[in-house]
Each structure stands twice: as structure tokens, then as C-alpha cells.
Design a binder for this molecule. Structure first.
Ligand SMILES: [Zn+2]
Length: 404
């Protein structure tokens, strides 16, 4: 007996651009068990059967760079203490309702929020998302400059107080290479005028190499918040693994990233002091062979120069705006001849691979995770409205059903 049978659906497997025109799929114990064309075998039994009515079934969206559990709980929900945990779960629910089945969360320490590191994992475990969390430290480019760290939540420092023990704790606890380090001071969500040091370089090569070695000594890849060629080159040469944002990088860096196998998590709406990477620049990195994922950095104010995205500059963009954040880039890819399935990988299969490195590619295929969305139109490519994602399935169970 299967747990779930979905029939009468167009299946976008995202495996080699394979689309099953009208088919069916089954799941059991959180995994896909079988799929095929036409009607399901007549003897197939399932606890839950869904008639997809010709809709599209594809792997769930994955936003591998978010701050929904920490910074957003202050900026969007205005919570602290135990209420922060409630807000974190609530923000994750909104992501799920928007078709996002996994997020890449960050705990960077916060001057006020003092929720301990392990609590973030507990909250995540209680959700049906396949999210992962990265722990790191953050340099804020205010005057004076401020340092926060996941290892010392609820405090801020004006100078570097972190020891090897802090970095080892971050490394051991991190589940994926997120923004573990900031190679440039950030303006976060403050206006640039309030963060005069935003963009300045934080580490020298020797210190950076040492910290990266600490992460690697614990078998963990390292990710970093980066803008500009100088920081990107420093990071790549020091052995870093994943560049987050990577705004204002030249094609020369694309060559280097492809050559060294360094992945790039682009945030097309904002994230650093620089203009984000445009759809044209993103396609150029793709053609150079850089492993790419698109993410929101939610919640965040859109960068004034990100004119390929039509979101209001004065409103924080979050999971409900995810399709608007990635849509223009993905449509540009398709316009320039990239297969739709290939473009969709940048918001599904690729980011998931960064979050869960040990897992096999999360395409729709037997043995792979049954984390899927049922849509009226292709997300990002044909619609930017999360209302067109009518069913969200994770762990082989329907978690969100907008049909009723
Ligand atoms: Zn971020």
C-alpha cells in the first residue's frame, strides 16, 4: 500500500529535461516509489489519492539563503524571547505555503535576540521542511563597526573577540555552507548612509585561510558573504567553497569559480552594498560552467538598482515574493535558449544540493524525496503568484492544499 498516489498530472521530473505529459506518481515513507505515463496500474492502492486535473507536478522550490528564523523574527514579527521561536515557525510556514519545501537558514548572532544555537535546530525539526541551518558571525558596517556571532547570541562587539573555539563550534553545528563568514562588511537592511563601512574587506588572506582550515578540519564546507572581485579571489585562493551574493563579480571570477568548483548563490534582489547580479550576468556565469543557485536573502529590502525586479523598494521582500525575486532571471534564461527544466533547477535541485550535500539529486524519480508542488502554471516562468501553487507535498504527505 502506497501512502500517496497523484494521477492525471504533467510531471516535470527535472531529470534531463524529462517531462511526462500525462502521468502518475506514488510515494511511501517520504520517498517517491514509482511514476509513469498514462493511468496508474489498476491494482495500485494508496492511502491518499489525488486527481491532479492536468496540473503540473515538479520538485518543490528551495530557497537556500534566508534569515527567516533570526533577523526576520525581529524585523517582520517584532518578537524576542519565546515569541521568537513562534515567529520563526510562522515564517517557515509562510515559506511552505509559497511552495518552498526547504530553506537555508542562518544564525549569525544578533545584538538582542539570544535564542541559543541548538534551539534553531529543534524548531526546524518540528516542521515538515527539509531546511538546513548555517551558523556564522557577521560584521555590520556601522560606525562603530559591530561584530555578532552565533556562538555568542544576544551580544555585540566592536572588535574581533572570536577564538578558534568559536569557529570550531560554528563549523561543527553548521549543516550547510551558508553565510558562515562575512568577507565584506554588510549594511544588512540599513540604508547605505547608515553603514559607512559597508563593502569594506573584513579578513586578510592569512586569517581567512586559518578559519577555512578550521571548518575543513571538521569536514565542513565554508560559505561566505561576498561582494567584489578582491574578496572573491581571496576566498577562492584560501580554499573557500560557496560564495553567497557574489555581487559585482567580473567574468574573470566566473572562470576561477568554474575551475575551482566554487558554487555561487546569487540573490538577485539585494544582499550587499553593491547592485545585485543581473539576469544577463547570471546567464554568463551559467555559460561559464559555474554551479548556480538563486535565493531570496529574505527578508530584505530590494536594492534600488535591481531594476529587473518589480517589487516596492520600501517593503521587505520575503517568501511570498520568492517567485518575483527569481522570475526575471529564469525567464531571461529561457528567452536565451536555456531549457525550461534547466532554468528551474536553479530554484529547486541546485540549491537543495547545497543544503543537503550527501543526498542524491532531488529530481522526481523513484528513491528521491517526495517533496513536490502541484501548480496551475510553471512557477517563476509562467507565474509569479504563489496562489498558482495549489498543493505542497513534503515527506510524501500533503502539507498545504489550496484547492479547498
Ligand atoms: Zn544573508
Amino acid at each position: 500500500m502506497e501512502d500517496l498516489l497523484i494521477q492525471n498530472v504533467e510531471i516535470w521530473t527535472l531529470e534531463d529535461s524529462r517531462v511526462i505529459g500525462r502521468g502518475w506518481l506514488t510515494a511511501r515513507k517520504g520517498k517517491i516509489t514509482s511514476l509513469g505515463q498514462g493511468a496508474p496500474p489498476p491494482d495500485l492502492e494508496a492511502k491518499t489519492t489525488i486527481d491532479g486535473q492536468g496540473r503540473l507536478l515538479l520538485p518543490g522550490l528551495v530557497d537556500c539563503h534566508t534569515h527567516l528564523m533570526e533577523y526576520a523574527t525581529a524585523e517582520i514579527n517584532h518578537t524576542q524571547g519565546k515569541a521568537q521561536g513562534m515567529a520563526a515557525a510562522s515564517n517557515l510556514l509562510l515559506a511552505l505555503q509559497s511552495g518552498i519545501v526547504a530553506t537555508g537558514e542562518h544564525h549569525l548572532g544578533h545584538p538582542v535576540l539570544d535564542m541559543p544555537m541548538e534551539k534553531y535546530k529543534e524548531i526546524l525539526k518540528a516542521t515538515p521542511l527539509a531546511s538546513a541551518i548555517a551558523y556564522g558571525c557577521c560584521w555590520l558596517g556601522f560606525e562603530p563597526k559591530i561584530l555578532t556571532s552565533a556562538t555568542r547570541p544576544g551580544a555585540s562587539f566592536t572588535e574581533d573577540v572570536l577564538t578558534d573555539e568559536d569557529y570550531l563550534l560554528m563549523a561543527e553545528a553548521s549543516e550547510f555552507p551558508g553565510e558562515n563568514l562575512f568577507l565584506n562588511y554588510t549594511c544588512a537592511n540599513a540604508p547605505l548612509t547608515a553603514a559607512p563601512h559597508a563593502g569594506d574587506v573584513t579578513y586578510d588572506g592569512e586569517k581567512l585561510r586559518h578559519i577555512i582550515e578550521l571548518f575543513h578540519s571538521r569536514g565542513k564546507a565554508v560559505g561566505a558573504h561576498i561582494e567584489g572581485d578582491a574578496s572573491a579571489r581571496l576566498f577562492i585562493e584560501a580554499g573557500g567553497d560557496v560564495i553567497h551574493h557574489g555581487h559585482n563579480l567580473s567574468p574573470e571570477m566566473g572562470v576561477l569559480m568554474a575551475e575551482k568548483g566554487v558554487s555561487l548563490v546569487l540573490t538577485p534582489v539585494a544582499g550587499t552594498s553593491k547592485r545585485p547580479t543581473s539576469p544577463e550576468e547570471t546567464l554568463a556565469f551559467y555559460r561559464q560552467g559555474v554551479f548556480l543557485a538563486l535565493a531570496s536573502d529574505a527578508y530584505i529590502y530590494p536594492h534600488p538598482e535591481a531594476d529587473w525586479i518589480s517589487l516596492p523598494a520600501n517593503r521587505l521582500a520575503g517568501p511570498a515574493e520568492y517567485l518575483q525575486i527569481v522570475g526575471s532571471t529564469l525567464r531571461y534564461f529561457v528567452e536565451k535558449g536555456v531549457e525550461k527544466s534547466e532554468a528551474l533547477k536553479l530554484v529547486t535541485v541546485n540549491p537543495r544540493r547545497l543544503l543537503r550535500p550527501g543526498e542524491e539529486e532531488a529530481v522526481l524519480k523513484p528513491g528521491r524525496p517526495a517533496d513536490m508542488i502541484l501548480c496551475d502554471k510553471l512557477p517563476a516562468l509562467a507565474t509569479e503568484d504563489p496562489a498558482d501553487i495549489v498543493l505542497v507535498i513534503t515527506q510524501g504527505r500533503v502539507q498545504v492544499d489550496k484547492r479547498v
